[in-house]
Design a protein around this ligand. Structure first.
Ligand SMILES: *[C@@H]1O[C@H](CO)[C@@H](O)[C@H](O)[C@H]1NC(C)=O
Ligand SMILES: *[C@@H]1O[C@H](CO)[C@@H](O)[C@H](O)[C@H]1NC(C)=O
Ligand SMILES: *[C@@H]1O[C@H](CO)[C@@H](O)[C@H](O)[C@H]1NC(C)=O
Ligand SMILES: *[C@@H]1O[C@H](CO)[C@@H](O)[C@H](O)[C@H]1NC(C)=O
Ligand SMILES: *[C@@H]1O[C@H](CO)[C@@H](O)[C@H](O)[C@H]1NC(C)=O
Length: 260
């Protein structure tokens, strides 16, 4: 009984004598950028007893280690080589935050920050999620009588939500086509709107909620809906050309014969 009480008392004491603090909500890592994994602990003076280890929770792979007052990267997983950084000036203040450069989809997941010093040992799990900002959408307009197709192409992750709206703000869902393919790290997305109207005034909206990005582009074009009427013009000019040539040839033949 006394033993149990003692154990409970020790656990209780140790629970508040040393703790590691990490964010409870997921942290965002952006494709190609440097991701920051926050982790704080209660410092003691001197680094001699301090051990900081960052590991993947899924497979316990070592991401970064620090002890004897310096980085210890002998057991670091190769995927993280030359990409991780602990800020040594911040460590004595109880900051064990890790940076991971050139963040990619493979880096998304759970990371455990384990810290021990003379006060005790504790761990915290940081959940890192992956996203990619969309690239500037490329616009193309294809005229294929009697259709006009307006298309935007872009990259983003996760798959963004796209919307086409008419001049009155109404949803243009009927003639909208969205295709996308993913290479794992990014979606290549094409979204097009097809119409036969000679006046085109539409708004394209793309939203990537993961990175709080919203983009809007207006396309406002009007064209001569009868551009196909140019075809007879072409036919006529070709006919004229042939006529001229024939006349020339006949004239030449006539002159040639007369000369003989
Ligand atoms: C890390 O950098 C060292 C020295 O610059 C280099 O030899 C090694 O190949 C690099 N490793 C990776 C995975 O890029
Ligand atoms: C911990 O250090 C990182 C840089 O290494 C910094 O961005 C972050 O603000 C620091 N956190 C605190 C709580 O001081
Ligand atoms: C085009 O649409 C915008 C709103 O999307 C509207 O303000 C504008 O008046 C429209 N223009 C024409 C010519 O319809
Ligand atoms: C258009 O559709 C989107 C979802 O596809 C919806 O959020 C929005 O409210 C709709 N807008 C109108 C004007 O119907
Ligand atoms: C669209 O173009 C028409 C004429 O081409 C113009 O009157 C109108 O203001 C434009 N609307 C927008 C939203 O730019």
């Amino acid at each position: 009984m006394l033993c149990r009480f003692l154990l409970f008392w020790i656990l209780l004491r140790c629970a508040d004598c040393f703790s590691v603090t990490v964010p409870s909500s997921p942290v965002l890592g952006v494709r190609g950028a440097t991701a920051h994994l926050p982790c704080a602990y209660e410092p003691v003076s001197g680094l001699s007893d301090l051990v900081i280890t960052w590991q993947r929770e899924e497979n316990a792979q070592v991401v970064h280690s620090f002890y004897y007052g310096r980085d210890q990267l002998g057991r670091q997983n190769l995927d993280y080589q030359n990409r991780t950084k602990l800020n040594h000036q911040d460590i004595p203040q109880g900051n064990a935050s890790l940076s991971i450069a050139r963040f990619g989809l493979k880096d998304a997941g759970k990371y455990v920050c384990i810290v021990s010093n003379s006060k005790g040992t504790d761990r915290g799990v940081v959940h890192l999620v992956y996203a990619a900002f969309y690239s500037e959408p490329k616009l193309s307009i294809v005229l294929n009588s009697p259709d006009v197709t307006v298309q935007y192409e872009m990259e983003a992750y996760p798959r963004p939500e796209v919307m086409w709206q008419g001049s009155g703000g109404q949803n243009l869902t009927g003639d909208v086509e969205v295709t996308s393919e993913s290479d794992g790290g990014v979606f290549y997305l094409k979204s097009s709107y097809k119409t036969q109207s000679p006046v085109l005034n539409v708004t394209f909206t793309l939203e990537n909620p993961a990175v709080h990005q919203k983009l809007q582009r207006h396309v406002n074009i009007s064209y001569d809906g009868n551009w196909s009427s140019r075809t007879p013009v072409v036919v006529l000019s070709t006919l004229c050309f042939v006529l001229l040539c024939t006349t020339g040839l006949l004239l030449w033949l006539y002159c040639h014969n007369k000369h003989k």
